[in-house]
Design a protein around this ligand. Structure first.
Ligand code: URA
Length: 242
């Protein structure tokens, strides 16, 4: 029976059987659970990404084959944090540690990001953190524009589901992807941009990995964070008075 039919029957609560020849032999390695695989396949085939909820989106990302990066990943790195968060932090791509653990920003740059958030009064689980691409690029190179484009519907859907009060784009790849520009970070930081049809405030700052190399840029990043906090507060005030 094909994967789509299994998924349809499963969705209707109808049990499915496999032919004797398809059954697992004693001692053979565990196959990927057929119904789980079918669900991922049918989600990808039938439902537009823009209509998925959090769970279906995460399922779809975990089985994604849209660009060549899937071939080198240990696991996808979907994103982490509160679905009620006001702040969305967007980085570029998982590195080696993130690829191993399936969580964004857990290496050295991540610890610096945690420190920046703590200075603002936020714990890691009080914000949402995601990347432009969900799979690790080889040799930690920057994601290519075609890879960022292939992954774009996933990040766009995460933003639509979260409806953050403020997006903080850390580094060039996130800033250029979200603003559709090729301007450098130095020209984009220091002002409040708008993302998407809803005009969500977006502030650009230096990537934490850059700050590890150039600690003197931390003062500029702090000013960007204060600007972002004030844009988030202003959005909250507008929402209350509207
Ligand atoms: N750098 C990023 O942009 N994202 C991560 O998840 C880790 C490092």
């Amino acid at each position: 029976m094909d994967a789509r039919r299994i998924a349809c029957l499963d969705a209707m609560g109808i049990p499915t059987w496999t032919r004797r020849a398809d059954r697992q032999l004693p001692g053979a390695p565990e196959p990927l659970h057929a119904v789980q695989a079918a669900r991922v396949a049918s989600t990808q085939a039938e439902i537009p990404v823009a209509a998925l909820d959090w769970d279906a989106l995460a399922d779809t990302v975990s089985g994604c084959l849209r660009c060549p990066l899937h071939a080198g990943r240990t696991r996808t790195v979907f994103g982490i944090g509160s679905h009620q968060a006001d702040w969305l932090i967007v980085g570029e791509a998982p590195g080696a540690e993130e690829d191993r653990r399936g969580e964004p920003f857990v290496g050295r740059a991540g610890r610096l990001l945690d420190g920046m958030l703590a200075a603002l009064g936020y714990a890691r689980d009080g914000v949402y953190i995601a990347n432009v691409v969900k799979c690790r690029p080889p040799e930690n190179r920057d994601p290519r524009p075609d890879e960022a484009q292939a992954c774009a519907p996933y990040l766009d859907r995460q933003i639509a589901l979260l409806e953050p009060r403020i997006i903080l784009a850390v580094g060039r790849v996130a800033a250029q992807r979200l603003l559709g520009t090729d301007s450098p970070v130095g020209r984009l930081r220091g002002k409040v941009h708008r993302y998407g049809a809803g005009g969500i405030p977006l502030v650009v700052t230096w990537h934490p990995a850059y700050l590890l190399r150039r600690p003197e840029a931390k003062a500029e990043t702090w000013r960007d964070l204060v600007l972002a906090a004030s844009a988030a507060r202003q959005g909250a005030t507008e929402a209350v008075t509207a």
